[in-house]
Design a protein around this ligand. Structure first.
Ligand code: GLV
Ligand code: MN
Ligand code: MN
Length: 408
């Protein structure tokens, strides 16, 4: 049985490590709160007698050693960083729920043949370094060690920042070798409305939509807000605003509801009320379950940037961040999750994940599956994010049973 009281207490405690007051949770990778959250998690791992190891980028592996430690282990886990003004369940349910699943199997007197690793991935969220799934990308060799110098935050490199957070060693040592794991299963809130609306206990993920992101730099001409006459302006913000509106229009006319595009960051220079913006930067996120359609949308956005730049006499430059293919879950893991649901009499439904997860990258190197639980009204990436204790508990039970069946 799940020790729900303890798990809820641990979720509550983890939520206190936040850069913003409750109910908001903000935990930026390698910030003070992230480091305190990691320290807290490590005390819980030690209490559960798990053997902890951290790699050079801070991915944390807590191992329950099986009776046949030479067999490739099975893994579970998720992330504990949180975007600004987020909620308390994104990622954390997969970390603390994964821990509770291990403790539950332990309490039931089971020792698996294969070891079970609980992984806390570094920086699933793109907040600090601009790119999502940093830790799992490196594990899957989808990013090479040059990222250590190339990725920056406030003019400091990833290498510098991870070293001051206590993570040294070469990023070349992060990638997992082929066959390192027999299976990976991630427990996560759905972050969409389907399970909650249709009162389904468990979502069994079959595929993860293809995410892409890029930056747009607009160079116009600044000047005095009172003195520069309207016909003479080359306002970088207004060009950026037009670009953002075209991005919305292009995504909405892709022919599919599965295309989504978001301009989530807009930075203006110099950022003064009485100064015409001379520079603007937009960060844009585009996703679709169909990679070809997503790429056509990206191409249309690039063309719109050129048209708007010419008409408004500004410079526009785009810089890609990532354009990842979709992921497909392993049929054997999907089946194992469904069997676990059936054995407990739980309602389940196959679904795609529109959000990305570390599973997007783990699936490249390990047969992977995901267990979704409902979250209220599908709300996520907001302080109102909520998963009911019963829903969390059912997710942990299904995870524990799935891990037990995969680990033997
Ligand atoms: C993950 O947080 C995502 O943006 O899908
Ligand atoms: Mn998230
Ligand atoms: Mn997440």
């Amino acid at each position: 049985m799940v020790d729900l009281e303890r798990l809820q207490r641990e979720l509550d405690t983890l939520a206190t490590f936040s850069e913003h007051p409750p109910p908001a949770v903000t935990r930026v990778v390698f910030g003070e709160m992230d480091l305190r959250a990691r320290a807290y998690l490590k005390t819980l791992f030690a209490e559960a007698s798990l053997v902890v190891h951290e790699d050079p980028v801070g991915n944390t592996f807590a191992r329950w050693t099986g009776t046949h430690p030479s067999l490739p282990p099975v893994a579970t886990g998720s992330h504990c960083d949180a975007i600004p003004n987020a909620g308390r369940f994104d990622g954390t349910v997969g970390v603390l729920g994964g821990l509770e699943a291990i403790r539950m199997l332990h309490r039931a007197g089971l020792t698996p043949q294969r070891s079970i690793d609980l992984i806390v991935f570094t920086s699933e969220e793109p907040t600090r370094f601009g790119i999502g799934c940093l830790g799992s990308r490196l594990l899957a060799s989808a990013l090479d060690q040059s990222a250590g110098e190339r990725l920056t935050s406030d003019s400091r490199s990833l290498n510098e920042i991870r070293a001051s957070a206590g993570f040294s060693g070469s990023l070349a040592d992060v990638p997992l070798r082929a066959g390192a794991y027999a299976a990976f299963v991630e427990l996560h809130i759905e972050q969409g409305p389907i399970l909650d609306r249709d009162r389904i206990d468990i979502g069994v993920v079959t595929a993860i939509a293809a995410p892409a992101s890029f930056r747009i730099f607009v160079e116009g001409e600044g000047g005095h807000a009172g003195a520069v006459l309207m016909p003479d302006r080359r306002d970088a913000f207004l060009a950026a605003a037009e670009i953002a509106l075209s991005i919305e229009r292009i995504a909405r006319s892709s022919g599919s509801i599965d295309t989504v595009a978001t301009t989530g960051v807009c930075e203006l220079f110099p950022g003064a009320i009485n100064s015409v913006p001379s520079r603007a930067r937009l960060d844009v996120d585009v996703r679709d379950i169909d990679e070809g359609r997503r790429d056509r949308v990206l191409a249309d956005i690039m063309r719109a940037c050129d048209t708007i730049a010419a008409r408004r006499c500004v410079g526009v430059r785009t810089e890609p961040i990532n354009a990842d293919p979709p992921a497909h879950c392993a049929p054997a893991i999907v089946d194992a999750i469904e069997r676990a649901c059936d054995a407990r009499g739980l309602q389940h439904r196959r679904m795609i994940s529109r959000a990305y997860h570390d599973s997007l990258f783990m699936s490249r190197i390990v047969p992977t599956g995901m267990i979704f639980i409902p979250c209220r009204d599908g709300i996520s990436h907001r302080p109102e994010e909520y998963a009911a204790p019963d829903a969390v508990s059912r997710g942990v039970e299904v995870l524990a049973d799935t891990l037990a069946s995969l680990a033997g």
